[in-house]
Design a protein around this ligand. Structure first.
Ligand SMILES: Nc1nc2c(c(=O)[nH]1)N[C@H]1C(S)=C(S)[C@@H](COP(=O)(O)O)O[C@H]1N2
Ligand SMILES: [Mo]
Length: 196
């Protein structure tokens, strides 16, 4: 099992970013209701500035090479949860398969509840950005984004789309759900980039 917990040292001096408090609970934060999904019709797409647009069924997606990492989780509302064990497909795995165009600079994630979030491409091409389907060895609970969510331990957690079903490569930024409402595009917890 891969263990990247100590990656926080690359993000800042302190494991707990400024203005955060540690919790052992795992609160649920969603803009609305938990969406339902059907494993028979679920489809994940990779589109935009790529050589090959991709599409996966649930069986195809969960057959991709996966990793398990221990990561920390930082919510912009002020709580952090340490040592979350997530299993899933690295972002870089999909990026390599699709072939990203040289002029791609940003990424927009989409989700079953019509949530979106955007990040600069360079913030996504990191080993800790995963499309995760398991938490602590169990299938990801629906309220926490099951069947599939993104995790971004180097960013506030609103960058990790729950119920994710697509990723689009962009040549210019397109603001996501919270980014349009004033939250930061880059969202670095160690710089307290909460608002844009
Ligand atoms: N699809 C979707 N993803 C989402 C959200 C959402 O409302 N919809 N909320 C975000 C926010 S603000 C946070 S803090 C985390 C919360 O994840 P959790 O509910 O598993 O704690 O999910 C993020 N991803
Ligand atoms: Mo959040």
């Amino acid at each position: 099992m891969e263990d990247v917990t100590d990656l926080y040292e690359a993000f800042g001096d302190d494991r707990l970013p400024p203005g955060q408090r540690e919790t052992t609970a795992f609160p649920v934060l969603s803009k609305g209701a938990t969406p339902t999904w059907d494993p028979e019709t679920w489809e994940f797409t990779v589109t935009g500035a790529v050589d090959d647009a991709l599409s996966f069924t649930w069986d195809e997606f969960t057959s991709l090479p996966s990793v398990t990492q221990r990561q920390d989780f930082h919510c912009v509302t002020g709580w952090s949860k340490f040592d979350c064990e997530f299993t899933g497909v690295p972002f870089t795995e999909l990026a390599e398969r699709a072939g990203i165009h040289d002029d791609a600079s940003h990424v927009l994630f989409s989700a079953l509840d019509d949530y979106t979030t955007d990040l600069p491409l360079s913030d996504c091409l990191r080993e800790e950005v995963l499309f995760a389907w398991a938490f602590d060895g169990e299938p990801l609970e629906p309220d926490h984004g099951g069947p599939l969510r993104v995790v971004t331990p180097h960013k506030y957690a609103y960058k990790g789309a729950k119920w994710v079903d697509g990723v689009e490569f962009l040549t210019e930024p397109v603001l996501g759900y919270w980014e349009r409402r004033g939250y930061s595009e880059t969202a670095n917890p160690w710089n307290e980039e909460r608002y844009g």
